[in-house]
Design a protein around this ligand. Structure first.
Ligand SMILES: *Cc1c(COP(=O)(O)O)cnc(C)c1O
Length: 361
């Protein structure tokens, strides 16, 4: 019996990549692997994605980990560099920073580098997180193009604030601002994350940037993974390590957070918030055991959680519970918890073993 583990279905990953390629048409694909490849294990996922044209991460440390595990594709740093001392490291490791702010432009202009860097220019078309103001984008672009430390033309990019709801007016506003710049600058462009790529509006990207969909999770609030032709990659599991009968009126766990209204049976699974399964999952979040869904009762604790089996269940010690995966969508669990699948996947703790499998087993 094992405590908590996650199986990572590499065939599903390869399948999702093919599906996304079809949506991308002739656009190149920048596979997004930030936050430990959304919890799926950075280096191994990168190794399996050699068919992607480039890999995107948020932090320098992630990019260096990829280089030391032998990844040779271009790597894009989605937040660029944080200070000028990083620039020689970017050159040495062939990393492409996203330039999103004036301090980066100035540091790049002042640096003395052995070789120029390929760079991306991020413009803020309405999300108001990172990116240069649209009315400064042309000036930024020209300065980058003239900078000796920049190789070739910067790639123009932007990020949508409401990609998961394609009908949002905000998206159209962002598209309009972006299109005007793209037309003027005549360089490669990139807008689409997973939701935009799989949504109905076709953007004319040279580069698409899917993250979530690669892992077989639907980025669109009103579409299931299945209906998009994707296959979930992660299956989070834990063993049943105790089964007990309790009388009506008994409480479960810390603080007696849940009280039985009938004589019933309880199973304890060896997974808790120490594994990244959220403590906020209580009272009715489903867990799948032997093909049936059972509700969590009481508080999720550090290493364990309890589910109510009822009296007619055949669940035994040693059985395996699925917390999310192909038969219990992580989208559904996220809905129960008032969060998004991204957060659940990224929070899977390092102590949860990742088992890579080449089959559906
Ligand atoms: C995370 C990220 C993506 C990928 O988004 P998904 O919704 O996971 O597809 C794309 N572009 C940028 C700039 C990002 O930060």
């Amino acid at each position: 019996m094992r405590p908590a583990w996650a199986t990572i279905d590499l065939q599903a990953l390869a399948h999702n990549l093919r599906v996304l390629r079809q949506h991308a048409g002739s656009a190149k694909l920048l596979a997004i692997l930030k936050a430990n490849a959304y919890g799926h294990g950075l280096s191994r996922i990168a190794t399996e994605l050699q068919a992607a044209d480039a890999i995107g991460v948020a932090r320098l440390g992630e990019a260096l980990a990829l280089r030391s595990s032998g990844v040779e594709q271009p790597i894009v740093l989605l937040e660029g560099f944080f200070e000028s001392s990083e620039l020689p490291i970017l050159v040495a490791n062939d990393l492409q920073p996203v330039i999103h702010a004036r301090y980066q432009l100035e540091q790049l202009e002042q640096a003395k580098l052995n070789q120029p860097l390929k760079v991306w220019l991020k413009v803020d078309t309405g999300m108001h997180r990172l990116g240069v103001e649209p009315d400064q984008a042309i000036q930024f672009y020209q300065r980058l193009q003239e900078c000796v430390n920049v190789q070739g033309k910067p790639i123009l990019m932007s990020h949508f604030a409401s990609a998961d709801t394609p009908e949002a007016v905000q998206n159209q506003r962002q598209r309009t601002v972006f299109a005007a710049l793209a037309k003027h600058l005549k360089t490669e462009v990139s807008l689409s994350n997973s939701a935009v790529l799989l949504g109905d509006v076709v953007d004319h990207d040279d580069w698409v940037r899917p993250g979530l969909a690669l892992y077989g999770v639907s980025p669109l609030t009103d579409r299931s993974t299945q209906s998009l032709g994707l296959r979930p990659v992660m299956k989070l599991q834990a063993s049943v390590i105790s089964v007990r009968d309790i009388a009506a009126g008994e409480c479960i766990g810390y603080g007696g957070a849940w009280r039985s209204t009938r004589a019933t049976r309880i199973a304890i699974l060896a997974i808790g918030y120490g594994d990244g399964y959220p403590r906020t999952a209580c009272n009715a979040t489903p867990v799948l055991i032997n093909g049936r869904r059972y509700p969590i009762v009481g508080n999720v604790t550090m290493d364990m959680l309890s589910v109510e089996l009822g009296v007619d269940s055949d669940v035994q010690v040693g059985d395996t519970g699925q917390l999310w995966g192909p038969d219990l969508p992580v989208e559904l669990i996220a809905q129960h918890l008032g969060t998004i699948p991204y957060e659940l996947l990224c929070n899977v703790a390092r102590r949860v073993a990742l088992d890579y499998s080449d089959s559906d087993a």
